[in-house]
Design a protein around this ligand. Structure first.
Ligand code: BGP
Length: 468
């Protein structure tokens, strides 16, 4: 009889600022790199779900859902329109009001400091994350947040998915005249330093709070039992998971990654004291964004290097797999069902990954994202029958429970997302959890909120503390 979820388990749901707030130039906010560069081809961030104006209504829905906690992100350009310097009073007020509203409704706020939305002015001024100048600006931004919100928010996430900003560099702005690979490793090092500095500051300013990164990773399975494939899967874990997590927790690069960086001339500049700073800023927990597992095989040296090609249209089969010659190549998993975006649905992979992280780092873990994107429409009765989502969440939660039984210190679960929002890769077509936001037909694009079937299902899960 497996152990139940702990009594104080944080039943939560997640969103991020640029994906739900809208009001992208209101009340003093300046534009971020995401507002300008990432989605311009298919979506715009000016209104999204209009949460900026409707947060009270949204918090009321969270309360109805029974959420114990809610993960949101703070927009740097809303709080500091110039990236640094003067604090935008209205910007900080928005988050103070949101947190107040959450707390009055018995919901624990979980705040992400950075979720892809760098103030564009810092990108223009010195190239954003490519310059070490950002470390001080990020530290200042954190100082402002800890000063104004530190008393009211106990749980903080430093950076969301540094791993995916590395893997999918469309989330960043890079210099096209320079080697992308080199810039990726440089950015990764600088971001880790900024993350470490923010933890250092947090220890001084919010001594009773808890802080950690939110990482987006997948376990890598070998394509066969050919020892070459086994080794390839281990190296895929090194390059796509432990590169980030070993840095965060232990402050070191694995030797095979060093070797790769040096041989390929992509090593970042590491200054005296860098690794000590990182190693001295151990997080309190790991936040895990989990959507799928991956399969890899050995990649002969003769193959060409390839980056992942994302399926952004929701047309099955459009994904292009990554190849690192001599190390590994991605491939699809014949045993798993895929979403329309080719994301491989693998609940057991979550248990595998949770155990792996627990064995390696012995830190508490919170699932900061997990969920299924789909194209959805309202029925005539204005309902959304998202039975596939209920299945998805049920199966993943069952594995969470088994992982807790295995000894994993899992303390919370934040399905992505609380409500429909702008998808990072696929605009408004791809919808996620619990609350439908009506933008179907232009005349009726009233952005009204409609509870999906999964809303009622999750409500019951929370009420029964995960009894399925
Ligand atoms: C993660 C991001 C989220 C969110 C989610 C779903 O990578 O942290 O911001 O977007 O993935 O991805 P998508 O919107 O591309 O389906």
């Amino acid at each position: 009889n497996p152990t139940a979820f702990p009594q104080d388990f944080l039943w939560s749901a997640a969103t991020s600022a640029y994906q739900i707030e809208g009001a992208y130039l209101e009340d003093g906010k300046s534009l971020s790199v995401v507002d300008l560069n990432i989605n311009s081809a298919y979506a715009d961030t000016s209104i999204t779900s209009d949460h900026y104006h409707r947060f009270k209504e949204d918090v009321a829905l969270m309360k109805e859902l029974g959420l114990k906690a809610y993960r949101f992100s703070i927009s740097w350009p809303r709080v500091l329109p110039n990236g640094r310097g003067e604090v935008n009073k209205k910007g900080i007020e928005f988050y103070l009001n949101l947190v107040k509203e959450l707390k009055e409704n018995g919901i624990e706020p979980l705040a992400t400091i950075y979720h892809f939305d760098l103030p564009d002015c810092l990108q223009k001024e010195y190239g954003g994350w490519s310059s070490r100048k950002i470390i001080d600006d990020f530290a200042y931004y954190c100082e402002v947040l800890f000063e104004h919100l530190g008393e009211n928010i106990k749980y903080w996430f430093t950076i969301n998915e540094q791993s995916n900003m590395f893997l999918l560099p469309y989330l960043m702005v890079f210099d096209t005249d320079k080697s992308l690979e080199k810039q990726k490793y440089e950015m990764n090092h600088i971001m880790t330093l900024a993350h470490a500095k923010s933890i250092q500051l947090f220890r001084e300013m919010v001594p009773s709070g808890k802080i950690g990164p939110a990482i987006g990773i997948s376990p890598n399975y070998p394509k066969s039992c050919d020892p070459k494939d086994i080794q390839a899967s281990r190296e895929a874990d090194d390059f796509r998971t432990y590169l980030f997590t070993d840095l965060y927790v232990y402050g070191h690069y694995r030797p095979n990654i060093w070797k790769y960086m040096l041989e390929n001339n992509v090593a970042p500049t590491i200054m005296e004291g860098d690794l000590e700073l990182i190693a001295g800023s151990k997080p309190d927990f790991l936040g895990l964004n989990y959507y799928q597992s991956r399969v890899v095989a050995y990649a002969p040296e003769t193959l060409e290097n390839k980056d992942i090609i994302l399926n952004t249209g929701g047309n099955k089969g459009a994904t292009g797999y990554e190849v690192i010659p001599g190390i590994y190549q991605g491939s699809s998993n014949q045993y798993l069902e895929k979403t329309d975006w080719d994301w491989e649905v693998d609940p057991i992979g979550l248990r595998v990954l949770l155990n792996d992280l627990n064995d390696r780092y012995h830190l508490p873990i919170i699932i900061t994202e997990n969920g299924i994107g789909a194209i959805e429409e309202l029925t005539k009765e204005r309902q959304v029958h998202d039975y596939y989502r209920i299945n998805y969440l049920k199966n993943h939660l069952a594995q969470c429970r088994l992982a807790i039984n295995d000894g994993v210190k899992l303390f919370g679960y934040c399905p992505w997302s609380f409500m429909d929002l702008l998808s990072t890769t696929s605009g408004f077509r791809k919808r996620y959890e619990f609350v439908f936001v009506n933008r179907e037909d232009e005349d009726l694009m009233d952005l009204s909120r409609i509870k999906k079937d999964s809303f009622y299902w999750y409500k019951n899960i929370i009420e029964t503390n995960g009894d399925m």
